[in-house]
Design a protein around this ligand. Sequence first.
Ligand SMILES: Nc1ncnc2c1ncn2[C@@H]1O[C@H](COP(=O)(O)OP(=O)(O)OP(=O)(O)O)[C@@H](O)[C@H]1O
Ligand SMILES: [Mg+2]
Length: 340
Amino acid sequence: MNICDQILAGKSSSILKVKELIRQVANSDLNVIICGESGVGKELVAQALHLCSNRKGKPFVKVNCAAIPGELLESELFGYERGAFTGADRTKVGKFELAHSGTIFLDEIGDMPLSLQSKMLQVLQDFQFSRLGAKTDVRVNCWVLAATNQDLEQSVREGLFREDLYYRLNIIRIFIPPLRERPDDIDVLIDYFSGRFAEKIERTLFEFTDGTRDFFHQYSWPGNVRELKNTVERLMILGDWRTVKAELMARETKQFGSHELTTQPPPPVPDDYEVVTVQKKKFPPLKEVKKKAVQEAEGKLISEVLTETDWNRKRAAKLLQISYKALLYKIKELNLRRED
Ligand SMILES: Nc1ncnc2c1ncn2[C@@H]1O[C@H](COP(=O)(O)OP(=O)(O)OP(=O)(O)O)[C@@H](O)[C@H]1O
Ligand SMILES: [Mg+2]
């Protein structure tokens, strides 16, 4: 079994395609962007790319661009010299330097602030940069992998992501479809996770019957492989299929909020666990739900900042870490108005 098959379980045509792509680009050093919803396995694919390349054995350094506040991200990536700013009482080596000769994985790249994107573009061109406060440049050799669960093309259109950086990162694009679109992987994943977990806990409390498997096939897995893995592990520890199933069904109902099911009582959990009773529902497209939620959150924050800055849009754009142009676009798109 090759390393890709060991790491990535699945036999659907889309996973086979992903594995094929991994093998093809593994030693190319071409920039790769890995896309897909949360929990589909983007980080795992990044690890597989590294382990299939001749950089394996060298560092694999992950940076989560969403978890680190904008102003700290630059020093995290590129490091700083002692005394570069107040509080910099020692020199810090950045992640790019730590990844030298190996791979750097820029997770959630869509959340990188615009102000840092131009520096990133430059670094991707010549792999040369200076630590903050340093007089000399360092040069590194590393393979750049990035991942996002956002629609970066949309972010480019909205002025939130630089187009030139997008094209530089997007040389090879690996898209991992959501689990609901690759039902052929479900049984393989059940067996994979239950087998591994049984080894770990040294017992098997739960047998996956045909009924349980049927339910796993009908459920939509909004949290993708991560949710399936957690569900399998919980079942094996608790053995309580009835509770777990009721929770999954409630989650599915909640997830798709305003459709006809909410006007009815929640579906009963049958006593016979083998009978699968997922009702056929009309789901609004996930993209629509996501877009609405994002717009609501953005509208709230932008209004707050505009009030705070007394509608000084230049200052507001700065605080929001987006360009002035992007802010004007947002104000128009979200139909925000000054309240007197
Ligand atoms: N094909 C697969 N085979 C085995 N395990 C998988 C597979 N896909 C995902 N997983 C497992 O599912 C979990 C989620 O995967 P991962 O963290 O790579 O997802 P992600 O796309 O990076 O999610 P997020 O966007 O939330 O960061 C991990 O525990 C990972 O090991
Ligand atoms: Mg991830």
